[in-house]
Design a protein around this ligand. Sequence first.
Ligand SMILES: Cc1ncc(COP(=O)(O)O)c(C=O)c1O
Length: 419
Amino acid sequence: MASQNEQLGTLRSKFISDGVGSTTTNYIESARGALLRDVEGQEFIDFAGGIGTMNIGHCHPRVVAAIKEQAEKLMHTCFLVNPYESAVKLARKLCEIAPGDFPKKAVFLNCGAEAVENAVKIARYYTKRPAIIVFENGYHGRTLLTMTMTSKVKPYKFGFGPFAPEIYRMPFGDVAGPDKLNDFFIKQVNPESVAAVVAEPVQGEGGFIVPPPGYFQELVKICRDNGILFVADEIQSGMGRTGKMFAIEHWGVEPDLITVAKSLAAGMPLAAVVGRADIMDAVHAWGLGGTYGGNPVACAAGQAVLKVFEEENMLEKSVALGEKLMARFAKWQQEFDIIGEIRGLGAMLGLELVKGESRQPAADEAKQLTAFCLQKGLLVLSCGSYGNVIRILAPFVITDEQLDKGLGILEAGLKDISN
Ligand SMILES: Cc1ncc(COP(=O)(O)O)c(C=O)c1O
């Protein structure tokens, strides 16, 4: 007799496209805080957080209550037809918390890729320029434009071309030197054609890569000198993940536009572009928007999330989580030869796995490690262009007991793959 997970797996392979992958075969029935429970009652400590979407934890009671209350009153009108309060109030709050000492405005969309698409539309409209500069190891989504902007070929781009035009890619973190950038402007694209540079402050899917100190300040200066907008894609690094609301705040840089999604509404589909009011207002009326963007229920969830951040010390919790992870990772780095760099910032932390004299990416070992962890009740994901970085995106509300147990499993896994 097939188990419930197996039965659902059979149904899935019959009716869900094989083009959609899943890391696990456990069908999740419920979740709370940092704990997932599947249809067979197996529990998993969640170090993946819906790929960075559950920063304040699964089914936070205040978010659930806000969703219920809003759903009883109004679920949809389409903001383009009838506006409503939750979108306007959430926009005000987002504009208040986004870095930048200037008037700001926001537009709501459904997902991260759509936010990036809109940031590009807005930047092109405002500057009247076509080109966009992105980075190696960058990830911006799976739509035609955003997969073009994304760096990794398989699985994101392979077979899906032709790609969108006017996207130019630089190495990340080592091009702020004016010489190299001048070279790029000579050989790749002239700066007068560039509308925006779009960068993840800490690269997520690409392997939790943090650029060297001073990098963003210099990059933004070059942008400003050339009339190029700077767009920070905070979809994974934002909403407190690195210990500040937006990761770019670590460098004191004020982006012209910021994209947010994932943990903005704790699991409800909501994304936004927020940025300089004059840029956001450049577009003609009706040029932006969509049927569901800024749906009332999603916006009510977003408002509740921001209240939880304020009233339940989420940034402090994030910092504390980052410190606990770093202490343990630093110890492991001494103990396990397979660990290369400790990557990331705050609670957006990853372990690079490498092997051999030449310290090659240890992708197979990373796969073995995540499989070992899952088997022992810990969900943890890998990332990186070579799939060899173990990344932590655990909810900030994870209890000490859950964290210790999860780290214990990870440590046992590191021992296992080191043997
Ligand atoms: C930095 C970044 N940008 C954009 C996206 C795309 O977001 P979505 O999957 O909601 O379209 C992601 C998703 O992982 C991301 O990490």
